[in-house]
Ligand binder design. Structure first.
Ligand code: AGP
Length: 605
């Protein structure tokens, strides 16, 4: 999704801006641009191709300057054409980049047209540029502060004005923005990652903040206009480029990193203690009697899986809701709820908004399960548990998902122990099973050649059904999501028992039906559902635990999972589904790491 980089320095800053955009590329974008102040006016280059093309343009045109802003755009208002690419200019005096959506842009546009401003793009962003220009009286910081009072919606912006050649001003509300502190130079970015290599010292701006960067100084004002000192945090972890190594795509690399990522996420201690979730967790966990889990996409599916664990291990009622639905629904708040938000990025706009909505309704106890320790979500919640997936580049979530599952299992076991449902011997058994997971995952990854053989068949299909039951229904949902997002094959998942209530009508010889078949208490029921498919000519592709006695025959293809893994089985069963989606997408020749229309971190609603 959209990315921002900005800088004020005493050297040509364009290479730093371009490198920043490169680091944000994996998030998904459809156009990009850069603008510098030079010779008393703004100059820009924009492209609807990749950042590499923009780089070529700036080299050919010798675009150089000491003050600049840059952007990768993921189109919301207006098609991905050059004219809509940022930076957006106002009267050739001011340049601006924007992440987010301005909801009242139509009324602002009418007002600004009345003042003689001409609109040349279809973006909502152009109103911000003209609005700030209309309020500029020689002080950009003051003009931005005044302008943001009139904006409704979400924004992170960076602005420069020709009359203040050593200044960049930023503001945020609902979209992230960080200041990077250098020696005699300062930076701005939507993600600290963009500034790796330039600085390790960051200010994570808070909601409503406006900042002014000059060579020697960074000034921050809060939403009420008061100058404030924000904490400077040192984050070294962003350094270094992520290498692809022997893999074809980052998604494949990330699938194969799962044993390591899971090993790093499993707590060191041999017991489940509330302190794993933060100092205040023991008190908070003692005050709750239910959980409300809020998340989007794959993270929502990890929440759905956790519901089974939380209710069966900890016997605690758990509700799981899609964040974008919860935030706009009239719900009944329960002060005894633990609100759990799950997110890889910790910046997903819908999940953040749902969290704030839950807090505004009076929910006191909140927990984030997140892969980014410096994210807004972690900063906003009372408790947190960090997954250690490492940087995930592929848009399709893989290692983020399985590490979330580990975190949620630990949460279920911890609450189960506190509530007297997990005794010492069960605790030791869970710890043993967790510790063995990386080795078990390696055996699953060794199934890749068999899955590649299946993917040849799948690549010629246009539809697929995924079936699972109980704990593995969310895994079927995740398998279908993976297949559709990277191979563009239409895929749907159902709890297998639901098939006869409608979707069975879709089953013909042309419909592959992927089935997740662990050896659990629902196996015999699942086998009956598989018979229903075979009876209609449907072709079954089954991932079956080795002890299920499901064997290949006409119309029934079986890959045997190496181990039966009980309650933790979803963490193993999702891996072949990731590999199936990955290799099918490769056979179809899609852009696996950057699938069409999608972004890694969805920072607009
Ligand atoms: C999964 O493959 C997707 N890329 C998407 O569904 C993702 O999980 C969702 O946007 C939530 O992201 P988050 O975990 O960063 O909040």
């Amino acid at each position: 999704m959209c990315g921002i980089v900005g800088a004020v320095a005493q050297r040509n800053i364009v290479p730093v801006l371009i490198e920043g955009l490169r680091r944000l590329e994996y998030r998904g974008y459809d156009s990009c641009g850069v603008a510098v102040l030079a010779g008393g006016e703004p100059h820009r280059a924009r492209s609807v191709a990749r950042v590499a093309d923009l780089d070529e343009q700036v080299r050919e045109t010798h675009l150089e300057g000491f003050t600049g802003i840059a952007h990768t755009r993921w189109a919301t208002h207006g098609a991905p054409v050059t004219n809509n690419a940022h930076p957006i200019f106002s009267r050739n005096a001011l340049a601006l980049v924007h992440n987010g959506i301005i909801e009242n842009y139509e009324s602002l546009r009418d007002m600004l047209r009345g003042k003689g401003y001409e609109f040349v793009s279809q973006t909502d962003t152009e109103v911000i540029a003209h609005l700030i220009h209309s309020l500029y009286r020689g002080d950009l910081f003051a003009a931005v502060r005044e302008a943001v009072q009139q904006l409704h919606g979400a924004y992170a912006i960076a602005v420069e004005h020709k009359d203040q050649p050593d200044t960049v001003v930023g503001a945020r509300q609902g979209s992230p923005l960080v200041v990077g502190l250098g020696e005699g130079e300062n930076f701005l970015a939507s993600d600290a990652l963009a500034l790796a290599g330039s600085t390790e010292h960051f200010i994570f701006l808070e909601e409503g903040d406006v900042c002014e960067l000059t060579l020697e100084r960074v000034r921050v004002a809060d939403r009420d206009g008061n100058d404030v000192e924000r904490e400077v945090r040192t984050v070294a972890a962003y350094g270094g480029a992520v290498e692809l190594g022997p893999y074809r795509h980052f998604m494949q690399k990330e699938i194969f990193e799962q044993p390591r990522a899971i090993g790093d996420t499993i707590p060191q201690a041999d017991s489940f203690d509330a302190s794993l979730f933060g100092d205040a967790a023991a008190t908070a966990f003692g005050e709750i009697d239910n959980l409300l889990i809020l998340a989007c996409g794959t993270s929502y599916y990890s929440g759905l899986t956790a519901k089974y664990w939380l209710e069966s291990i900890a016997k605690i009622p758990t509700q799981v809701e899609i964040a974008s639905e919860y935030r706009y629904r009239d719900s009944v708040p329960n002060p005894k709820s633990l609100v759990v938000v799950i997110s890889q990025s910790g910046e997903t706009a819908d999940t953040l908004a749902a969290l704030k909505h839950a807090q505004s309704l009076g929910h006191k106890h909140t927990l984030s399960i997140c892969n980014v320790g410096t994210s807004a979500m972690v900063r906003l919640t009372e408790l947190s548990f960090l997954t250690h997936a490492g940087r995930e580049i592929g848009v399709a979530s893989t290692k983020a998902f399985t590490t979330q599952l580990v975190a949620l299992f630990v949460l279920a076991a911890t609450l189960g122990k506190l509530r007297g449902h997990v005794d010492a011997s069960l605790e030791a058994q869970y710890v043993r099973q967790l510790r063995h997971l990386p080795a078990a995952l390696n055996s699953v990854l060794a199934l890749e050649p068999q899955i590649i053989a299946w993917s040849e068949d799948f690549s010629r299909k246009e539809n697929a059904l995924f079936l699972g039951r109980g704990l593995h229904y969310p895994i079927a949902l995740e398998g279908a999501l993976k297949l559709k997002e990277i191979s563009y094959i239409h895929a749907e998942a159902y709890p297998a028992g639901e098939l006869k209530h409608g979707p069975l009508a879709l089953v013909t010889e042309a419909m592959p039906v992927v089935t997740v078949a662990p050896n659990d208490t629902l196996l015999e029921k699942l086998k009956s559902n598989m018979q229903e498919v075979r009876a209609r000519g449907g072709e079954l592709y089954v991932f079956a635990d080795s002890d299920t006695r499901i064997v290949s025959e006409e119309g029934l293809h079986v890959i045997r999972m190496p181990e039966h893994y009980g309650l933790l089985s979803p963490i193993l069963h999702v891996v072949p589904l990731q590999l199936l989606a990955y290799h099918t997408a490769c056979s179809r020749g899609t852009d696996v790491d950057k699938p069409r229309n999608l972004a890694k971190s969805v920072t607009v609603e």
